[in-house]
Design a protein around this ligand. Sequence first.
Ligand code: F6P
Length: 324
Amino acid sequence: IKKIGVLTSGGDAPGMNAAIRAIVRTCTYHHVECIGIFRGFQGLVEGDFEPFGPRDVNYIINKGGTILKTARSETFKTAEGRKKAYENLKKEAVDALIVIGGDGSFTGAMILSKEFDIPVMGIPGTIDNDIRGTSHTIGFDTALNTVIDAVDKIRDTASSHKRLFFVEVMGRDAGHIALNAGIGAGAEEILIPEENLGMDRLLESLKKSKKSGKSSSIVLVAEGEKLGKNVFELGEYVEQNLPEYEVRVSVLGHMQRGGAPSCFDRVLASRLSVKAVETLLEGKKNYMVGLINDKVELTPLEQAVKGHSPIDMELLRVSDIISI
Ligand code: F6P
């Protein structure tokens, strides 16, 4: 392998730049060229490439977003689009591809690899932490810190007004952000798609919490979980059924995807990226690099895209105990 292409795809995540930087520099270290591909698979289809050297990635380890930009490409989903993508890779003499993104991005990479025999490696980058084969995805830790910072602030006003807040956090169909940030911010209840709490139990728990003398309550809601209602309807329903509560709703939204990556995410991105390049140079292909028991390990891409990483149900128990 003489030339490696790298792209970021799907939703951006803090730490993607740290990964790009580490990939470029690991390539240089091993005397391999590195090509940056802009706007994910869309840039691959359009041939939006640029050679990257170690000085092109100065001062980006601390930056949120991705300097390579990202996109969700419809063209790449077609056979014709993928053919164009492969032709562009050949034209630029790119021998292997590293994709930083989530399971959708890995699926795209796998299809390309099968159709045209191009070695690919996946690096998990998404704030949702919903990928099998790694305990942490790049961006998850930073997003958690952003969420607890926001919820701490909401707690100040909630407690001054003695209000109940429903705070919706990201996680398309996974509760990792809600569960972990919920514990970290001391939420009274956490609603995640992996566990069906049910409306009655939610009302019961909020009643209990009021009786116990709490001056404010925070319910963290994963965007994938609404108990059949959107978060505003959920708030209204609770206010109607528990008139002792004054309810407000706050949707944190895309601020969770931005900001300087935490030290954890920078170190994670660097470790995974070095391994991704070196794995390709060893002649291996179609793996995802991930963190398992704090060791960087390989998981076949085919397995990594099979369903989401499971929730640690013990965390729910911990939350129940400490929110009493
Ligand atoms: O997958 C990351 C994520 O931030 C999800 O948590 C969220 O549902 C989705 O992306 C939002 O996507 P978009 O930025 O395209 O609205």
